[in-house]
Design a protein around this ligand. Structure first.
Ligand code: NAP
Length: 243
């Protein structure tokens, strides 16, 4: 089996959720350096501590990055230097849904800035070792939109086109670009909302439970390690689109 030995893995949005799961899985896969980044300094510091507490061999570093700021993304790219794999998980639609309130235009606009323009700008400015890769993160809402979620469906659908376009643009530099489309994972929801969504998942998926971060992380690890895949999308959603 391939490992990530001698590789530097960057996880943007690595302070919680799926991103934290990918950072941990990268260390378990023997990555030499794992850099996590997100906008909240104390969340980054706590996540670095949690990763270090596993006492795995790789070095863990934290970086503060507000992905709404294009200049900050370019500075970040310069600070991290030449890397092997970048996984982009940053996004904030999930946070707005925590409250149960309908997302506003402003929230969707900010989600588009972070989830679409963020990885695009980083793709333009990051430096990769040959054989490197960039992995974007979408969702299931483009394939199976819930009522009232059309802007989210548009944001997520746009990421698939962006992935294919970037895979063409970065191929001459030997860099692969792929997309993971996760299904339900609500680690950070209140118990009440978890219960509500767990019931809805039971009726809307073949695998009748929410995913674990480690299960979703497997897709990212595969895309880092398999040198023969680019421009593709992996759906990890418990069979959500088949019910
Ligand atoms: N959870 C699901 O069921 C699900 C399903 C499909 C798709 N997704 C997508 O998958 C991604 C990860 O989801 P998750 O559930 O793991 O979410 P999460 O735990 O809320 O993680 C989101 C990450 O993004 C970071 N972030 C938010 N705003 C940022 C900004 N302006 N600049 C930089 N980083 C920022 C957060 O850290 P800070 O707060 O420190 O910035 C955090 O590290 C999101 O894009 C989400 O929309 C999630």
């Amino acid at each position: 089996m391939a490992t990530l030995q001698n590789k530097t893995v960057v996880v943007v949005g690595g302070s919680s959720g799926i991103g934290f799961g990918v950072a941990l899985a990268s260390l378990q896969s023997l990555a030499s350096v794992v850099i996590i980044a997100s906008s909240n300094a104390s969340r980054v510091a706590k996540a670095v501590e949690r990763l270090q507490s596993h006492k795995l061999p790789g070095e863990v570093r934290g970086e503060v990055l507000d992905a709404k700021d294009p200049a900050a993304i370019k500075d970040f790219a310069a600070r991290i230097g030449v890397v092997d794999h970048i996984a982009w998980m940053s996004g904030d639609i999930g946070q707005s849904l925590l409250s149960g309130a309908a997302p506003t235009e402003e929230i969707y606009s900010s989600a588009f800035t972070v989830r679409f323009w963020g990885p695009f700008i980083l793709a333009q400015s990051a430096k990769f070792h040959p054989g490197g890769s960039l992995i974007l993160t979408s969702g299931t809402v483009d394939m199976k939109p819930s009522p009232g979620m059309s802007p989210a469906a548009g944001v997520v659908a746009g990421l698939e086109g962006l992935t294919k376009g970037l895979s063409v643009d970065l191929a001459p530099a030997g860099v692969r670009v792929n997309l993971v489309a996760p299904g339900a994972f609500w680690d950070h929801f209140s118990e009440e909302r978890k219960e509500h969504f767990s019931r809805s998942v039971e009726n809307s998926q073949l695998i009748k439970r929410i995913g674990a971060p480690s299960e979703i992380a497997e897709a990212y690890l595969f895309l880092m390690k398999c040198a023969y895949i680019t421009g593709e999308r992996i759906n990890v959603n418990g069979g959500r689109t088949l019910v």
